[in-house]
Design a protein around this ligand. Structure first.
Ligand code: BDR
Ligand code: CA
Length: 350
């Protein structure tokens, strides 16, 4: 069984990713969840992860809060001398209402767009009780991931599905991990399609483009499961309602949460005929890379202007034989959907 860490901004599809991991009993040993930001701020991401684990009867999995705001570019070796003022101006460009007054050290708060997609409580308004457990110490995620990566090396897979700040910080603080064989399979970016928070940017990359750019260029080995691939995987309402017959609190939670998500998709992206299974696909591909076809790229993230947040080939490394990121190009949709239903149902049955 692979050691698995999920780095989540829980989040509707993040919660489904937890269920997928818990249902993958033969493949995954979930040793911890780290909380990042994006759909919700870090404290709510940690709260939701703990609450979902409690609902699914897994109070043994610890939850570590991660970095709660974007990295100041000056903190990343080799990153450009972007100023806080410039960043604020760029955010103002592509978010209605602007975020020009966002101070770089303050805790990140979700944009109105994220709140609309995932509901202010992050899980589609579905009500789940608090866990009796508290999260680990604030900011403990980076140390937890570094220690686990040093202990398990190639037997560890990390799946980041929110802002990439914690992951970038891990490799910044422990560059030895780049050669450790640790696997990072992230949900974020898009190779072909337009983004979902701006014409160019996907949400997870857009939360902290500098961190994502650094993660792609620092030397770490990554696999990118982008929006153009996750959008091929749709969960229909009919399928989601199968969980109602389980008669368990976890099954009822999944139905309520996905109802909200599917409503949002039907209103905004009716061509998908359901909701995208972004984060569960990243977990599925991390556990079974054969589910997706990939191609090796060296990526960077555009940091300026209208294309800020776009994942794109790094021109300075185009000719390099060594490619650092395996980018998903396609997915075996029927096989994935079948596995998704089986594993999530398995987790929610108890
Ligand atoms: C990604 O952004 C978040 O809203 C989702 O949880 C997913 O990780 C999709 O762009
Ligand atoms: Ca997410």
């Amino acid at each position: 069984r692979r050691k698995l860490i999920l780095d989540l901004d829980t989040g509707i599809d993040d919660a489904m990713a937890i269920a997928y991991a818990l249902g993958s009993v033969d493949e995954a040993d979930l040793i911890g969840i780290t909380a990042t930001y994006g759909n919700v701020a870090v404290p709510l991401a940690a709260r939701n992860a703990l609450a979902v684990l409690h609902l699914f009867g897994r109070d043994d999995v610890p939850v570590y809060p991660g970095v709660d705001h974007p990295i100041a570019p000056a903190e990343l070796p080799g990153a450009g001398p972007t100023t806080v003022q410039w960043r604020a101006a760029a955010y103002g460009d592509w978010r209605a209402g602007g975020r020009g007054s966002w101070p770089v050290d303050a805790m990140w708060v979700p944009s109105p767009g994220s709140v609309a997609v995932h509901h202010p409580n992050g899980v589609g308004g579905a009500v789940i009780p608090d866990s009796p457990r508290a999260p680990e110490a604030p900011g403990s995620a980076v140390g937890f991931i570094i220690d686990a990566a040093r202990e398990y090396g190639p037997d560890l897979t990390i799946v980041p599905t929110g802002a990439m700040t914690t992951m970038a910080t891990v490799f910044r603080d422990a560059p030895d991990l780049m050669d450790s064989g640790v696997n990072v399979t992230l949900m974020g970016g898009a190779l072909t399609l337009p983004g979902n928070v701006s014409p160019a940017a996907e949400a997870n990359i857009s939360q902290d483009p500098e961190a994502a750019d650094w993660l792609f260029r620092c030397g770490a080995r990554t696999t990118m499961i982008g929006l153009d691939v996750t959008h091929q995987t749709a969960l229909t309402r009919e399928k989601a309602h199968e969980w109602a017959s389980l008669g368990t609190p976890a099954g009822d939670f999944l139905v309520a949460m996905t109802d909200y998500y599917i409503d949002f998709y039907l209103k905004n992206q009716p061509e998908i005929h359901g909701c995208g299974l972004h984060d569960p696909l990243a977990v599925a591909a991390a556990l079974d890379p054969g589910l997706v076809t990939t191609f090796g790229f060296n990526l960077q993230v555009d940091l300026e202007g209208a294309f800020r947040g776009r994942t794109i080939g790094d021109r300075s490394r185009l000719q390099d034989a060594d490619k650092h990121t395996q980018v998903a190009l396609g997915v075996d949709v029927p096989r994935f959907l079948d596995r998704f239903m089986t594993r999530v149902t398995n987790a929610a049955s108890a």
